[in-house]
Design a protein around this ligand. Sequence first.
Ligand SMILES: NC(=O)c1ccc[n+]([C@@H]2O[C@H](COP(=O)([O-])OP(=O)(O)OC[C@H]3O[C@@H](n4cnc5c(N)ncnc54)[C@H](OP(=O)(O)O)[C@@H]3O)[C@@H](O)[C@H]2O)c1
Length: 322
Amino acid sequence: MVSEIAYGNWITHGSQVEADAAHACVRAALDAGITTFDTADVYAGTRAESVLGDALAGVRRESYELFTKVFWPTGPGRNDRGLSRKHIIESCHASLRRLQTDHIDLYQAHRFDVETPLEETLRAFDDLVRQGKVLYVGVSEWNAEQISDAVRIAAEMGFDRIVSNQPQYNMLWRVIESEVVPTCERAGIGQVVFSPLAQGVLTGKYKPGEQPPPGSRATDRNGGADFIARWLDDDVLTAVQRLQPLADDAGLPLGTLAIAWVLQNPNVSAAIIGASRPEQVHANVQAAGVRLDDDLLKRIDEVLDPLVERDPGKTQQLAQRP
Ligand SMILES: NC(=O)c1ccc[n+]([C@@H]2O[C@H](COP(=O)([O-])OP(=O)(O)OC[C@H]3O[C@@H](n4cnc5c(N)ncnc54)[C@H](OP(=O)(O)O)[C@@H]3O)[C@@H](O)[C@H]2O)c1
């Protein structure tokens, strides 16, 4: 079981925000009923896991679910990356140390690795499960074929099966809907989706033709500004402003409407939100339990339709290891 809203610390912890602000966000998340926390070995050059480990120290381990990931480079060596047995086992041990725990609740393959046989990856994950270091295994940004292959191989080999996929999903980015979601529904796999606010763009705070608000991700020179840049397009920002009256009619802040939107998909188990300050956590958890009626969903589509990305080929695939 996970909380419908999860809290993730990409871009923020160990980078954009100081440790005090990071701890305050984790505290706000716990106070607001969030029990699911998502990080990765690679975030902030491994510092994000350490910050999260410090922030959760002393909290009863059984009361929250800790998710992390492996794949992206954590060091300069050719074995400090990918989904080989060597890197999975070594990175898992390093994550456990940084997170100050003896088990990870959900360990996710952060991308598909074309350079490792899938059997090797799944067996390494299965070994970690048998050792009790990992309780469940998931993937992130895998396409429908890769997910099907993993399910088939796990069944054939008797390995623990994957339970989740972590894709990008929001009102503007719907590439999972046509292939990944039907495949996962058949296999009993849930989506734990990231960037439900398109990194903050779907709160409406970035206005077309205006400078980004001070302190926002678009002003973060440690990497945040580069990642959000693709959304800071005047056509997108103008369309997002046109959603504001719809949110007003529904009596919801625009960001809350955007997070509630991803949760309407029955295959979505949780929306992972980011936050640089506690007030954002408190605002965003209001999306839990909100039902959006069909008329509102239709009006959202009418506003956004020409800008929505639906091509399943846009699932993030790498031709070789980074
Ligand atoms: N698997 C993957 O490859 C992958 C990739 C990306 C993310 N993720 C996961 O998903 C998590 C969330 O991603 P994300 O941070 O892009 O999610 P997001 O929820 O779309 O964006 C979060 C950012 O939006 C701004 N924001 C949030 N609430 C706001 C509010 N109420 N009002 C105004 N601004 C608000 C904040 O940035 P500012 O205050 O700085 O503007 C915040 O850091 C990550 O931490 C990570 O765990 C996974």
